[in-house]
Ligand binder design. Structure first.
Ligand SMILES: [Zn+2]
Length: 472
């Protein structure tokens, strides 16, 4: 072969090889669910007393969304559960990493905070069944692996709705005599959480609310809805039946949205997701008594219906994109623990002896005394896992706590497009601001549901902002 011809053939084959590679990376999305509904008889957490599941009203699901920009893969997971600890999430992430090669850092997993689900993490007087914990970890991994298998070329869009009528700041300034001593014997609280509907001593809420419902949505290139990941700052709704397993309004939102998008027969199935935003001090109770009394699941249907309708309204106005860059930053932050003193632990032990139902505690004083004793075993510092996941113009700040609404509002204001995902990747109890610690109230009472140092939120926000600037 003469040299010029050989040269031509080489050039031709190189350009053929180039043509086989796509010019721009293809954006892909895939979603899947797995079922973590526990057996009847399983402990249910979310209250001071433990309850046992006696009926399954609707399933507890793990809702998973995998995104791939051609270079980076990110997985978003929302689990129907009150709270999930670091060990379970890490166990699930390790299984996914082993099965798919995706490093743990690229997975954002959170619990919804439904108070009608099987106990996965010890809180109040509810303790998890280790077998159920292993099952939940395994099923989270299964859901993620299926979502990754479902990856297909996709389009993405972002929207923000507003549903102000269902969020109330649940901490109130009260008139003289409206604030009782805490179960820990503290008499300096300046606010009262959940003072009760119609309480004549209520003055006004001690903080704001956040009505926004930011969401991201993905669809196939043919227009079939794949998944929609929304975020709303509402603790939960409740009003289920006694002993009922239910995914609360988070599950109802997903079902109603699927109907609105006419995606009930989509294959693979459409996955609606509602993560919990900064809702540590926000609930669905109007203490002024303007809400009508509802039968079981009535209020859940109203809230889920209104939020889904608003998302559907905004959905019609969305601009769809063929790509969105994905980036993740993750960091461990050391935070102090508000440990009880030796004297407090001794006194708490005495209070616990007063329970006639020991080892179960009867009164709030006894419940909090037990918490004091349990907290004395905690380390001086804990490591909190923080994550920032950027998906195009959408930025999720994942915080392993029940984050107060002020923190979410501050991050939104300073970094537009940012939204907090609470109860993410671990659980370290409530995260009030230092100002709210000074006001006191239920969310600040020292227990396994509130033990981080008073300045924890300041340190967390500072770290998250540094992480966001790394992403720029
Ligand atoms: Zn809570």
């Amino acid at each position: 072969m003469k040299t010029p011809l050989r040269f031509l053939i080489v050039i031709l084959s190189v350009s053929l090889l180039r043509a086989a590679e796509p010019d721009t990376p293809v954006f892909r999305a895939g979603a899947a669910t797995s079922d973590v509904t526990p057996p009847l008889g399983t402990s249910m957490n979310g209250g001071f007393q433990d309850r046992k599941a006696t009926y399954i009203h609707d399933p507890q699901l793990v809702r998973c969304l995998a995104l791939d920009d051609g270079k980076t893969q990110v997985v978003l997971v929302v689990v129907d559960s009150c709270v999930i600890g670091r060990d379970i999430f890490d166990e699930a992430k390790a299984m996914v990493e082993k099965a798919t090669g995706l490093p743990k850092k690229y997975m954002l997993m959170s619990a919804t905070h439904s108070h009608s689900c099987g106990t996965v993490q010890a809180v109040g007087q509810s303790d998890p069944d280790p077998l159920y914990q292993r099952f939940v970890a395994r099923r989270i991994a299964d859901g993620v692996c299926c979502a990754i298998q479902n990856l297909e070329p996709a389009q993405i869009a972002w929207g923000v709705g507003s549903v102000p009528q269902h969020v109330f700041n649940r901490r109130y300034e009260m008139k003289e005599g409206g604030i009782p001593a805490t179960p820990l014997g503290v008499t300096t609280d300046k606010v009262r959480t959940n003072p009760g509907v119609g309480n004549p001593l209520v003055v006004k809420p001690a903080g704001p609310t956040d009505p926004e419902v930011p969401f991201l949505s993905v669809r196939s290139v043919a227009g079939r809805p794949i998944a929609l990941y929304a975020n709303y700052a509402l603790h939960y709704v409740g009003g289920t039946g006694p002993g009922h397993i239910s995914a609360d309004y988070f599950g109802a939102f997903a079902r109603i949205l699927r109907d609105h998008l006419k995606a009930d027969h989509a294959s693979p199935a459409f996955v609606g997701m509602m993560s919990n935003a900064a809702s540590g001090d926000i609930n669905n109770v109007d203490v002024l008594g303007k809400q009508e009394k509802q039968p079981p699941y009535g209020q859940i249907a109203i809230v889920a219906g209104d939020v889904a309708r608003e998302v559907r309204r905004v959905y019609d106005t969305l601009t769809w994109h063929d790509e969105a860059p994905l980036t993740v930053v993750q960091r461990e932050l050391s935070l102090g623990v508000r440990l009880p003193t030796a004297d407090e632990v001794t006194k708490a032990g005495e209070v616990m002896k007063g329970s006639k139902l020991a080892p179960r505690m009867e009164t709030m004083e006894q419940v909090y005394a037990r918490e004091t004793v349990l907290l004395s075993e905690f380390p001086k510092e804990v490591s909190a896992l923080l994550q920032v996941v950027k998906i195009g113009r959408f930025q999720l700040a994942a915080i392993p706590a029940e984050v107060f609404v002020e923190i979410g509002l501050e991050l939104k204001k300073k970094h537009p497009g940012t939204t907090v995902v609470s109860l993410a990747n671990a659980y370290h109890g409530y995260l009030p601001t230092p100002g709210h610690h000074a006001l006191g109230g239920y969310e600040t009472w020292r227990a396994r549901s509130s033990y981080l140092e008073v300045d924890a939120s300041t340190k967390i926000v500072k770290s998250l902002e540094e992480m966001m600037s790394e992403l720029k």
